[in-house]
Design a protein around this ligand. Structure first.
Ligand SMILES: [Cu+2]
Length: 176
């Protein structure tokens, strides 16, 4: 290889590297929210998809958090607990009719994630609830929470804090 050719290829490589770095930086900046839509964490046979929490008012004592869980295994698993440094306690809740009012209540035996199925925790349905918050949840920030499953064990994953009206990560860019 001639000295000139060597120099050229070195320059070319440097240029490509720079362009790549610039592009990566730009994408991270411009599409941060879109990337969070796709957030997926694996724990054994479980896929933990698009976790998010709702922002809270300064003195609001509780916060809700949501995600979709797919069980790719051949045995049922159960979400038995949740905890986070943001709150004194975390619980797994369901919404259920109490007379003619919809109320939330703790799932004492946890939330079963049947083998081969997907369970969605979402506003108005199953959800994670953090009680006695240590801090308000601010839109755009991330919190971490540890999920505990009967079979798969525990995992700590980030939850993106979304605005009040957020129904799911997928609709985060479309108002409401
Ligand atoms: Cu609740």
């Amino acid at each position: 290889m001639s000295p000139l050719k060597t120099m050229l290829s070195a320059t070319t490589i440097a240029t490509i590297a720079l362009a790549g770095a610039a592009l990566a930086g730009e994408m991270k900046h411009d599409h941060g929210m879109a990337k969070m839509d796709m957030a997926e964490h694996m724990l054994g046979d479980l896929a933990l998809i698009a976790p998010f929490a709702r922002e809270t008012l300064p003195n609001q004592p509780v916060a809700g958090a949501f995600l979709t869980i797919t069980n790719n295994g051949s045995e049922d698993d159960t979400l038995i607990g949740v905890s986070s440094s943001i709150a004194a306690r975390g619980e797994v809740h369901e919404m259920a009719m109490d007379g003619d009012t919809m109320k939330m209540r703790e799932l004492a035996d946890g939330l079963v994630i049947p083998a081969g199925e997907t369970v969605e925790l979402k506003p108005g349905g199953y959800h994670l609830m953090f009680m006695k918050l240590n801090q308000p949840l601010v839109e755009g920030e991330m919190i971490e929470a540890t999920l505990e499953f009967q079979n798969a064990g525990t995992v700590t994953i980030p939850f993106a804090v979304m605005g009040k009206g957020a129904k799911s990560m997928d609709h985060s860019g479309h108002g409401s």
